[in-house]
Write a protein that binds this ligand. Structure first.
Ligand code: DC
Length: 231
């Protein structure tokens, strides 16, 4: 590949397989991969631990004031070839994937001040380009000038099954019904929130991966990259 490094923004609904594509693409290109959802999840975990969320409703003032005490980092684990999320120096990679965090993350991510803090950090990480970031507002807000924007979708049934398979592997006991409920609720909040709702940027290319293998998705994405960097 030529030396030109670009920013690749991958947005879409939850459990669409964004992170699988983003991670693989980053590995193939030698780019950094950043899961922006992990940052919102880490803030949610911190808020839950401090009892700042009651019955799904965050205490905004406390969450906003608490942002000052949060430091989120990613470390690359060479063994697993995965990024690991750290919250104030603690490895929280597993904990942020629990259903409890999933059930509370959308209300946290509607808070403007939370978003501002996350976006600032995300932009810093993208300064040198050579980055693949996935989320909900990466192409629309974080990197509106990203050279490649992909908007991913998949059918709700396929998304629920993927989430279920992921959690079963991690030995978390959940029903498929609970997952569907969580996915529907998050879709609704993500699309309808006032601050940076999930939208497809006009210049994003849609990838519906309901019936595509990972290989064919990567081939498609690498073709798009080549068209941009000229190989
Ligand atoms: O990608 P994920 O499912 O791990 O994201 C968790 C939540 O974080 C998701 O419900 C919405 C929110 N989020 C967001 O608002 N903006 C992003 N860029 C990434 C995630």
């Amino acid at each position: 590949m030529r030396d030109q490094k670009i920013i690749i923004a991958i947005d879409g609904f939850s459990s669409c397989g964004k992170s699988t594509v983003a991670k693989s693409l980053a590995r193939m290109l030698g780019y950094i991969y950043i899961d922006s959802g992990a940052m919102y999840r880490a803030v949610t975990l911190h808020a839950l631990r401090n009892n700042w969320i009651n019955n799904g409703v965050p205490d905004r003032e406390k969450v906003i004031a608490g942002l000052e005490d949060i430091s989120i980092n990613f470390k690359f684990d060479a063994k697993t070839e995965q990024n690991t999320t750290y919250l104030n120096g603690e490895n929280v990679e597993e904990k942020i994937r629990s259903l409890e965090v999933s059930n509370n993350v959308s209300p946290i991510s509607t808070i403007k001040e939370v978003r501002q803090a996350m976006v600032k950090f995300q932009r810093e990480m993208g300064k040198k380009k050579g980055i693949v970031m996935d989320g909900r507002d990466i192409g629309s807000v974080v990197f509106p000038d990203a050279e490649l924007k992909i908007f991913m979708t998949a059918s709700p049934e396929i998304r629920a099954q993927r989430r279920y398979d992921e959690l079963v592997v991690k030995e978390q006991k959940v029903s498929i019904e609970a997952i569907i409920k969580n996915i529907n609720e998050r879709d609704h909040i993500d699309q309808n929130r006032k601050e940076s709702p999930l939208v497809k940027p006009n210049d994003a290319i849609v990838l519906d991966n309901s019936n595509h293998t990972l290989e064919s998705q990567l081939e498609w994405a690498m073709q798009k990259v080549s068209e941009i960097i000229g190989e």
